[in-house]
Design a protein around this ligand. Structure first.
Ligand code: CO
Length: 215
């Protein structure tokens, strides 16, 4: 089997570069991680979480899956949320989708890709909720972009509805959930205006965000 020597060489060069710029960098990180942010994003190779927002190792807790979904029974995602919120005490959860998401497009088209279709069924729920808004758009590209945006809004709501986040708010702790979308074309992130900081505003903030997208 071919070895991945180029990746390992890349790693050595990366570590050497960081150490050159800051000799204490790795020693400091051994002690603890104290990230302020949890990032929930797509596994897409073009959307590397830390790089996009210019954060170093230690500064952001990251969970990624196909199409940045937050599924109520997904222990993997729920554990990442619980650990980062309860133990690491992050102050912000960012759900970041991206335009051109292949998972969202497959769901939009009803393509058959294999096992992953079962996972992408969750985007069909978004399609069902926002069907009118999608149908009003002209062409697949516009519907694809809108579904990427609407999917973020729904996943922000899902984060806010978890027991972890509801208990955090009930205890009076500050925690904000944000919905962003990344544009592969220019590398820029846009805030979708669906920031949630309390349990009683979920429905109104989400509905306002959906309506703003439709305007
Ligand atoms: Co994607």
């Amino acid at each position: 089997m071919k070895s991945l020597s180029d990746l390992l060489a890349g790693n050595r060069a990366w570590a050497a570069g960081i150490t050159r710029a800051d000799p204490e960098f790795f020693r400091r990180l051994i002690g603890q991680q104290a990230p302020r942010y949890l990032w929930i994003g797509c596994s897409d190779s073009r959307v590397p979480a830390n790089q996009i927002v210019g954060l170093l190792p230690g500064e952001m807790f990251v969970h990624r899956n196909v199409a940045n979904l937050v599924v109520h029974t997904d222990l993997n995602c729920l554990s990442a949320i619980q650990f980062s919120v309860d133990v690491l005490r992050v102050e912000h959860v960012i759900v970041c989708g991206h335009y051109g998401c292949g998972g969202v497009l497959a769901a939009l088209r009803g393509d058959r890709l294999g096992l992953v279709d079962n996972w992408l069924r969750h985007i069909n729920d978004v399609k069902a909720t926002c069907g009118e808004q999608l149908a009003a758009l002209d062409g697949e590209a516009a519907r694809h972009a809108r579904l990427c945006e609407l999917n973020v809004v729904e996943q922000v709501v899902h984060v806010a509805e978890t027991t972890v986040v509801r208990d955090t708010w009930a205890a009076g702790r500050e925690l904000a959930i944000h919905g962003w979308i990344y544009d592969l074309a220019d590398g820029l992130v846009r805030d979708l205006g669906v920031t949630l900081a309390a349990g009683d505003e979920i429905a109104t903030v989400a509905e306002t965000a959906r309506r703003r997208l439709a305007d």
